[in-house]
Design a protein around this ligand. Structure first.
Ligand code: SF4
Length: 335
């Protein structure tokens, strides 16, 4: 059996600390922008992710726990594509180490990125064809296929679509400032070690979203890629960008955080980019959100976690399966 598409799963899963993936809650609380945004998206979804799904990897766990665990790893098509591109760029950086001429650096990088992206698609295709999605949800499992949304007829269709979208993306990418910045940064600038950059804010562990990071010329850079099939909205409460700004200010005094990002609308095949200096997140906002979460975790009964009132969110929530089931008479374990 092909055992590959665990490739850079961490890039696709947001900032979920390793210990939270493997063990029950141990009392050590950590903070991340993913945890925070899920909390504001829906308290019940947060409960499914951080509480009910714990232990769901065990085949003797309760059905509800196993189902929440499975749904926790569901991936959107857009996140799949973003993960492939970031992984491929990261894997391609060594090819420009020896290349000095600017044009050649860009061309060499582009060739390598395309090669690695094709490799990831190839592995993903094999993995899906062999039923990997059912065997191990952590490796590669798609929300559209699990919920049969109709967007893709089957796994082959999903793979063909991903090739098509990436083809369009790679036509436009070389002309972006984003790509030029990556190609022309000196090799020692890259910070690739460690899956989850993290820091301690007055004793509170904070994890950043995994991404490409580089330190050069007084800036600490972050290079995210966002694929999406509809216009994105930020809730503006506390973004991953703000946490990154705080991280840069804390870890690299005298440097500023800078974000270069590209957005690609899959349907319209439209690429846009943006560069900006993020304002560091306010410490008070982080501590008040962390306090709220910790208080709920003191008594993690299912009824303490409310369903969102914004019902339009349910149509794309990854936990809509277990949520619907429990609202219709399923049971949840008591703590
Ligand atoms: S389906 Fe709706 S109510 Fe249920 S967890 Fe998801 S967002 Fe919350």
């Amino acid at each position: 059996m092909t055992d590959h598409p665990d490739f850079d799963r961490f890039l696709l899963q947001g900032t979920i600390p390793e210990e939270e993936k493997q063990e029950r809650y141990t009392g050590v609380f950590s903070f991340s922008s993913y945890k925070y945004s899920l909390f504001h998206f829906c308290r019940k979804a947060w409960y499914f992710h951080y509480i009910l799904a714990q232990g769901g990897w065990d085949r003797y766990a309760e059905d509800s726990s196993r189902q929440a665990y499975k749904e926790k790893y569901l991936l959107s098509f857009s996140a799949f594509l973003s993960g492939i591109v970031i992984s491929s760029i990261k894997e391609s950086l060594p090819v420009i180490r020896e290349e000095e001429k600017e044009e050649k650096r860009r061309d060499a990088l582009l060739d390598a990125v395309r090669f690695h992206a094709s490799k990831h698609i190839f592995y993903a295709n094999n993995f899906l064809r062999e039923g990997g999605m059912e065997n191990d949800p952590r490796k590669l499992s798609f929300s559209d296929l699990y919920y049969r949304t109709g967007r893709f007829e089957n796994t082959e269709d999903l793979i063909e679509n991903s090739k098509d979208v990436l083809r369009g993306f790679f036509l436009d990418l070389p002309e972006t400032e984003y790509f030029r910045s990556i190609a022309f940064l000196p090799s020692p600038a890259w910070h690739l070690a460690g899956k989850f950059p993290s820091f301690s804010l007055d004793g509170l562990p904070i994890y950043l979203a995994p991404c490409l990071y580089a330190l050069s010329g007084g800036f600490f850079y972050r290079f995210p890629v966002y694929f999406h099939d509809h216009p994105q909205k930020e809730d503006g409460l506390l973004s991953a960008d703000g946490l990154f700004g705080l991280y840069a200010a804390n870890q690299y005094p005298g440097h500023r955080g800078k974000i270069h990002c590209v957005y690609y609308q899959e349907q319209e095949k439209l690429l846009t980019e943006k560069s900006f200096l993020p304002s560091p997140a306010e410490k008070e906002n982080i501590f008040s959100a962390a306090k709220e979460m910790m208080e709920l975790m003191q008594d993690p009964q299912p009824e303490n976690f409310s369903y969102t009132e914004k019902k339009e969110r349910c149509s794309f929530c990854r936990f809509r399966g277990i949520c619907h089931k429990l609202q219709n008479g399923g049971t949840v374990r008591a703590f």
